[in-house]
Design a protein around this ligand. Sequence first.
Ligand code: GRF
Length: 210
Amino acid sequence: MKNIAVLVSGSGTNLQSLIDQAEKGTLGGSIRLVVSNREDAYALERARRHGIEAQVLTPKRLGGSRAFNLALVELLRSRGIDLVVLAGFMSILAPETVAAFRDRILNIHPSLIPSFCGKGFHGIKVHEAVLEYGAKVSGATVHLVDEGTDTGPIVAQRSVEVLPGDSPERLQARVLAVEHELLPACVRAFCQGRLRVEQVPGKRPIVHWD
Ligand code: GRF
């Protein structure tokens, strides 16, 4: 059974979807640890309510980003974590952290990458930008985390239609509903060894589902 850590910063509805599947035995792995960079993340409450170890690590409290990343890697290793899932996690991981868990960190982003992603595109801002642009389709992306922001190899995507008169909140709610299906499906595929990263020199790595 793979050991999973989920990194959070907010309400934790994606964490909840992972917990629900883990408790049904359909996740393919066990959530051993939840880490938040924010004391007030409701996601921590969700973890505690389900008897999952919940830790708060903040760059401020640890004396900066470098110390934060060192403490994070130490904690993940001490718990024998096989897969790290970023579910609304708002701190940037250092290159050393990404390297320590190469191709073992999944992130969920609420748009169809490479659209509406990268610096500044998070939370409701993503959906505001989609509507402002006049896009007719949005959706969710799960990708492996590399040293960039939302730039890692794409694992899975699912589209969501933008409806006439949509507000950012209504679009966000429809995309979230898709996220809550897509992320557990990708976690399960990883835990069952069904994801394979094809490295082609000079090209973007491609993720295959076996
Ligand atoms: C989700 O929309 C996710 O795509 C984005 O942040 C949000 C987290 O929501 N990265 P929650 O904390 O899982 O409810």
